[in-house]
Design a protein around this ligand. Structure first.
Ligand code: 15L
Length: 265
């Protein structure tokens, strides 16, 4: 066991449920938070429902915590107001709470949608400018910048995971490039929590895929080595969509359908 107490926000979400079972091996106590139902409290768990926009609640959430895995917030393109509350106000509340409670490391679930308006014929590196593909992507870019400020000013370390598509299997052609297995997700999160020095780092969360749009060379210090590839699923995925529309923005840009979602008013 490397940690006394880890906090996992967004623990009721798709990746939160996966990490809930997997992170128990790395800590004595796993504190779990979400606004959605977290079910029953298991051995070694502490259930703490909280709204990220509630600064007081978030301050309490980070009390006595060694490190945070922050998956909480809106995870798709939506209207501005929920994004503002959960992803902008919420991530500010999280870092203020980390500062006040003396928490020294955060693993922040950013997203590939921070760079979703790069084209699928470009390979993006970790120092290339952000090109968010929607308000959701903009909110994740804000989280990346905010966490960089909290490192420069207060020494709170963060690894920003620009997660691609983490599902049991790649579901479409786009995910042949963006897919990351749950085992690789666990490897990535654990490496981000345990690498001795991370400062402020950004890394794409992708598998050992043959087709790639992202270059993680500048994040080698994190020690993440993916083991699972989308390639065994290629034939099945391509057969299900034999003639993609090359003029569709969702086919042209890395963000896929996110680039043409909304506006909502
Ligand atoms: C995301 O940021 C979403 O949270 C997730 O649901 C997927 O859609 C993923 O991106 C993706 O790009 O596939």
């Amino acid at each position: 066991l490397r940690f006394q107490r880890l906090l996992l926000t967004g623990a009721a979400g798709g990746l939160g449920q996966e990490l809930r079972t997997r992170l128990k091996a790395y800590c004595t106590t796993l504190r779990l938070s979400d606004i959605a139902n977290l079910g029953d409290e298991g051995a070694g768990e502490e259930l703490r429902p909280a709204r990220l926009e509630d600064a007081g609640a978030v301050l309490g959430l980070l009390e006595g915590v060694d490190a945070v895995v922050h998956l909480g917030g809106v995870s798709t393109e939506q209207a501005w107001e929920p994004i503002l509350q959960a992803n902008i106000v919420g991530v500010y509340n999280l870092y203020e709470a980390a500062r006040k409670q003396g928490v020294k490391r955060v693993v922040f679930a950013s997203s590939n949608h921070v760079t979703g308006f790069y084209r699928q014929d470009e390979v993006v590196g970790l120092r290339d400018p952000a090109r968010p593909d929607g308000l959701y992507g903009v909110s994740k870019a804000f989280g990346e910048d905010l966490s960089r400020f909290y490192f420069d000013r207060y020494g709170i370390e963060t690894v920003c995971l620009r997660i691609g598509s983490s599902f049991p299997e790649p579901r479409n052609r786009r995910m042949l490039a963006t897919w990351m297995s749950y085992d690789d997700l666990e490897r990535l999160v654990v490496a981000s929590l345990t690498a001795p020095v991370v400062g402020h780092s950004i890394i794409y969360g992708m598998g050992d895929n043959t087709t790639t749009w992202w270059d993680n060379t500048l994040a080698r210090h994190i020690g993440y080595r993916p083991e699972d590839s989308s390639e065994p699923f290629r034939a099945k995925v391509e057969a299900a969509d034999p003639h993609p529309d090359m003029t569709d923005p969702a086919v042209i840009y890395q963000g896929g359908p996110f680039v043409r979602t909304g506006p909502f008013e």
